[in-house]
Design a protein around this ligand. Structure first.
Ligand code: PEP
Ligand code: MN
Length: 345
């Protein structure tokens, strides 16, 4: 149940209803960003009639509340003038890790020439082995931001730990939460208090409901700008890195109002399949894609096997255009329309 208070509700009225909910053992979370209360435990709503500052009570039958389609139809927001969750497919590309200043500048220039609007690159890398390259840390953040500013790109980079929140916040336009942290609920709750868009990747074995409840952790802190990103799930098959779950794209769009992106690179783990599976994700209705590219994949310090070369990525862009027009979808890298007013995050 989501209770919407009207926007003239004052602090006194809010503490009255909070007291009422507490003493009647409703569990609730107060959010001041748009004066809402969420009450996930269903109780008799007639009792609430006494509060004339309640605008609307929305009964939601799913365990997840704020991410539910029953609450809202669509989430659209803009990141430095580029709309997310609207009619355009968004494309994010870049290396798995930021490796050197030169590497990220070369990638950024290439992306700009391809009219891509978002660059990705990890500075804090969640590696399975502690002996693998774990990223350049703050130095990497500085490199990617400089490369992005120079080439009019927006940054997507991963936050692994709250101790790095301030630095990551100051150097990125979208914070990526990786598969391994999808269930780090205290991290998600803190991100709910920020105003930075969050791309929440699906946990390796997360069910749709678990993934949406994780999104609710962010949403109920007041941050409404959340993107879901399918990146493949674990299975019994040793041949492929992951099972890229294309079916979950329309499923999530039917359950939730949040934009649904797909990451075919981690989804399949092999560069030779990324092109086809990226197209498949577009056909499945993804709102955006994230693709790993590298100037020299063989020398990559992480995920080289799944990184596209510049030529392969260019081919992907070319292949996507007839598909996009066949399904009547525009894309942020084809659109010539002027960027929107900047939204400040
Ligand atoms: C990544 O994007 O490089 C990454 C580590 O992703 P995931 O969390 O999906 O494994
Ligand atoms: Mn990677």
């Amino acid at each position: 149940m989501i209770i919407k208070l009207n926007n003239t509700t004052n602090a006194n009225q809010i503490s009255n209803i909070q007291f009422f909910l507490k003493t009647n053992s409703y569990e609730f979370f107060y959010q001041d960003f748009n004066k809402q209360l969420i009450v996930p435990i269903l109780k008799q709503t007639e009792l609430l009639n006494q509060f004339d500052f309640i605008d609307e009570i929305i009964e939601i039958s799913t365990p997840y509340q704020l991410s539910s389609k029953q609450y809202k139809n669509n989430t659209v927001f803009n990141v430095k003038g580029i709309e997310i969750g609207g009619n355009d497919l968004n494309l994010i590309a870049g290396p798995c890790s930021i490796e050197t200043e030169d590497q990220i500048h070369v990638v950024a220039e290439f992306l700009k020439n391809q009219q891509v609007k978002f660059i990705r690159g990890g500075a804090f890398k969640p590696r399975t082995s502690p002996y693998s390259f774990r990223g350049l840390g703050n130095k990497g953040l500085k490199f990617i931001k400089e490369a992005a500013v120079k080439n009019d790109l927006r940054v997507v980079t991963e936050l692994m730990d709250l101790s790095n929140l301030e630095e990551v916040y100051n150097h990125t336009d979208i914070i990526q939460i990786g598969a391994r942290n999808m269930s780090n609920f205290s991290l998600l709750a803190e991100l709910g208090k920020t105003n930075k868009p969050i791309m929440l990747k699906r946990g390796m074995s997360a069910k749709a409901t678990e993934w949406l409840l994780a999104a609710d952790y962010i949403l109920c802190g007041g941050n409404e700008n959340v993107i879901l990103c399918e990146r493949g799930i674990r299975s019994f098959d040793m041949q492929s890195r992951n099972v890229f779950d294309l079916g979950v794209i329309p499923l999530m769009q039917s359950l939730s109002h949040l934009p649904v992106f797909a990451d075919p690179s981690h989804g399949v783990g092999k560069a030779a399949f990324v092109n086809k599976m990226g197209l498949a994700a577009i056909a499945a209705g993804a709102d955006g894609l994230m693709i790993e590219i590298h100037p020299n994949p063989e020398k990559a310090l992480s995920d080289g096997e799944q990184a596209l070369t510049f030529n392969e990525f260019e081919l992907f862009i070319q292949n996507s255009k007839p598909l996009l027009s066949a399904i009547n979808k525009s894309a942020d890298f084809v659109n010539k329309k002027k960027t929107l007013e900047y939204q400040n995050f």
